[in-house]
Design a protein around this ligand. Sequence first.
Ligand code: ZN
Length: 337
Amino acid sequence: MDGDVQISKIQPVYLPWQNSLLEQILSLKQQQRLPHAILIDSTSEEDGAGFIWHLTMLVLCNDAADSIPCGRCHSCQLMLANTYPDFIYVSLLYDEKNKKINKNIKIDQIRKVIHETHLTRHYDNLKIVAIYPADKMSTEGANSLLKTLEEPASEVLILLLTHNMGKLPVTIRSRCQVWPLDRPEKQLSIDWLLEQGIQGEECEQYLEYAGGDPLLALKLKAANYADMVDEFKQQFAQYLKNGIDVTTLCAKLIKFDVALIRRLVKMVINAYCYQLSGLSMGLKARESGRKSQAREILLLSGQAERQLMIEENNLNFQIQLEDVLISLKQIIKRSKG
Ligand SMILES: [Zn+2]
C-alpha cells in the first residue's frame, strides 16, 4: 500500500446493485481480457474506497464466487489487513501540518505510483493501482499519468473511480475504458432502505430528496433532513410575509451542516423554477405570464450554486446565504406583483 495516512483500515464494502459491474470484471478476468485501465463513473455517493477494496479483492482472489471474494485466501487476507504489496492505493492524504485532508492528489503521489508500476511484482498475480477520487488529481498529476495510461506496464491494472466525471480531463477519460456504476432501480433502492431500518413511507420521501440515490437517502435520513425541510418551509413562509428578517431565517439554517443547507436551498430554488416557468402547472412560462421571473430564477439557481460553494469560512457562507435568500424573495415578490 502507498504511504497514505489511514486512521483506520479500509474494509471492502459491497452493495447489491454493484453486482453487474463486478460480474463483468470477474468474467473479463477469467477470460484474461481485462483492459489495462478502467475508469468507474459513479453517480452515487457510495464509499468509493470500500468499493475499490471489494473490487480489488475480487480480482485478486482465486476462489471468488458470485462477485464475492472468499475472504480466506492469502491475497484476501492481505487485502483485509491493508497490506497486499502489489496493490497501490492513491487517495487524498491527511496533512499533519494543516490538520486536514488535502484538496488534491498531488503530482508526487502519481509519480510514485508510476514508478511502482514498473517494479517487479511480489506475487504471480496482477499488480493493481487504484486512484480515488480520480477527479481530485491535480492537473499536473493527471498529465503525468497520461503516458502510463497509454503505455502501461504489463500485468498492471489501473482503476480510477470518480463521482464527478465532468471534472476529469478528457485526456484521462479517453485513455480508459469507462464503466458506469449506476444507481439502482427504485424498487431495489426501497428494498435496501427498508433493510437499513427506514420506515416504508419515509423510504420514498428520502429517495426523492436524494434524487434516487439510496446511499444519499440513508445519509439524509440520519441527518433528519425531512425535519429540516419542514422547519425551513415554515420559517421561509414567515420570511416572505415579513414576519422574520433574513438574518433570523439564516440563523435558523446555519446550525445545520453546510452540505445540507446547500441541498435545501437548491431544492427550494428548483421548486420555484418549476413553478415560475409554469412547468409544475403544465403551462408554458409565456402563458403563465411570469417569463421574466422564470429567467431571473434560473440565473439565481446558477449564481446560488457558485455563492454557496464557500465552506471554509462560516461568516462568509452566512453572508452568501443571506444574499441568495434576499434575491429569492425579491423574485418571488415580483412574480406576485
Ligand atoms: Zn480469496
